[in-house]
Design a protein around this ligand. Structure first.
Ligand code: MN
Length: 140
């Protein structure tokens, strides 16, 4: 299993490749707000653990294993954003809160949160009922 830090890298690399077609060390450093030398170090570790293939002057590609995990990490992040939005968390807090909790939940918890998100998305009246409660408790 990748560590929380490895997960952050795999997630960002997956997003970069998905949106730009490639992930450069400098882009990863910028996305994660870390020094490029830290990226190089981590990328070498991820290469060793077979999440990606890295060649210094040719860039990097995710292996099948890295790609599969990247996809799940992005799914998890998006799901948790939806969850926090449903329970009424202020928009400005959502991204940072997800970054803070996403590595610390079991896949079991993620799946059950997924059920809850589905429950509210399936039926607009459920969402409205919850919103009523949120409005009542907002300033208490
Ligand atoms: Mn994330």
């Amino acid at each position: 299993m990748p560590t929380p830090s490895m997960e952050d890298y795999i997630e960002q690399i997956y997003i970069l490749i998905d949106t730009k077609g490639y992930a450069r060390v400098s882009d990863i450093a910028e996305a994660l707000k870390v020094h490029p030398s830290s990226v190089t170090k981590m990328v070498q570790k991820l290469d060793k653990d077979e999440y990606l293939n890295y060649e210094k002057y040719r860039g990097l590609i995710l292996t099948q294993k890295g790609n599969k995990i990247g996809e799940r990490l992005v799914f998890r992040h998006t799901l948790l954003e939806q969850f926090l939005e449903i329970i009424g968390v202020e928009k400005e807090n959502i991204y940072d809160d997800v970054e803070g909790i996403e590595h610390h939940l079991s896949w079991n918890s993620i799946d059950r949160i997924g059920d809850l998100v589905t429950y509210f998305k399936d039926d607009e009246t459920r969402m409205e009922k919850l919103k009523e409660i949120q409005t009542e408790t907002k300033d208490s």
